[in-house]
Ligand binder design. Structure first.
Ligand code: BTN
Length: 323
């Protein structure tokens, strides 16, 4: 009933009287008042205008299940939504849910992670207040070797969302670091359960420094990490950004399943800050120096070494060099 009261307030631009709400929803005026009180306690800004009624003026900046369901209505990511205040890692929770049969599109979100995981065994700094930590379950009917394409796909979806919601133009460093002003504000960790010929599920975990204050970053990150708010000069709605990102992801996912990876790679290239650059690529303990020249059909990075040898890397860590 609380959600119905909220939906009714959302659908009105003018104040609605308690009497009208109680008549429309078939509950007592006292019950309406109690639900309004609870919504206010959750952070909804509901003003009561004497003689006119209640008006919804603002929603809380919390990743609440009801809010996400509203913003994601009709999307595959609205099927199963878990929202938490504090977790170890949303990727771990999403994997546990997937193991127990969670549907494709299942979404796990947290305000804060105590054991946020980055790529290559690193940690992901995940403080409360300003970040997005979200993981989704996908069950593509594909082979494990096609999984790296999802990392590129997610980075494109995120770059497009940041441009739309924050009006900023990010760059993507292969495979999936998303940068503003050359500093990283988003990382994507894709994990997989598969057999040789078939993916059971993928978990795509995304960490975004949205309104995070860089002063709160550990010393070791301050030179290389940033947030959307820092670069754009103003706070951004986390819920809107997350919803636009996931809707973009769903669109690109359909493109990948119907047309293969090439159209996704073409989009990726429009955001790329890696191709044409001198790079050091660390992969499997080896460091390879050269120039990044292209993205292979399966999403790998094509690098021409300083000795002229061409190699394709499926994974690794790229450092952009100045020459
Ligand atoms: C990277 O190293 O760049 C990847 C960082 C991925 C972080 C996200 S935050 C949500 C999800 N849960 C995790 O534990 N990690 C990912």
């Amino acid at each position: 009933m609380k959600c119905k009261v909220l939906e009714l307030l959302r659908s009105h631009r003018e104040p609605v009287s308690g009497e009208e709400i109680s008549a429309q929803l078939g509950v007592s005026r006292t019950a309406v008042w109690k639900h309004i009180k609870t919504l206010r306690e959750e952070g909804y800004e509901i003003v009561s205008q004497p003689g006119k009624g209640y008006l919804l003026k603002g929603i809380p900046d919390l990743l609440l299940r009801g809010e996400l369901a509203h913003f994601l209505a009709g999307s595959m990511f609205a099927r199963s939504i878990q929202c938490h205040l504090t977790v170890g890692s949303t990727n771990d929770l999403a994997k546990a849910a997937a193991d127990q049969g969670a549907p494709e599109g299942a979404l796990v979100v947290a305000e804060c992670q105590e054991q946020g995981k980055g790529r290559l065994g690193r940690q992901w700094f995940s403080p409360q207040g300003g970040g997005i930590y979200a993981s989704v379950v996908l069950r593509p009917p594909l082979k494990p070797e096609q999984a790296p394409g999802f990392t590129l796909l997610a980075a494109v979806a995120l770059a497009e969302a940041v441009q739309k919601v924050a009006g900023l133009t990010p760059g993507i460093k292969w495979p999936n670091d998303v940068l503003l002003a050359g500093k990283k504000f988003c990382g994507i960790l894709t994990e997989m359960k598969a057999e040789m010929d078939r993916i059971y599920y993928l978990v795509i975990g995304t960490g975004i420094n949205v309104n995070t204050d860089p002063q709160s970053f550990p010393e070791s990150l301050r030179d290389t990490a940033t947030s959307i708010k820092t670069e754009g000069g103003k706070a951004v709605s986390r819920i809107e950004l997350l919803a636009v990102y996931l809707k973009n992801m769903e669109t690109l996912y359909k493109v990948y399943l119907e047309q293969g990876l090439p159209p996704v790679i073409e989009k990726w290239k429009t955001w790329n800050v890696t191709l044409g650059q001198a790079v050091s690529l660390t992969s499997g303990g080896e460091v390879f120096q050269g120039r990044a020249v292209d993205i292979a059909g399966n999403g790998g990075l094509v690098v021409v070494g300083n000795d002229g040898e061409e190699r394709i890397f499926q994974s690794g860590e790229v450092t952009l060099r100045t020459k």
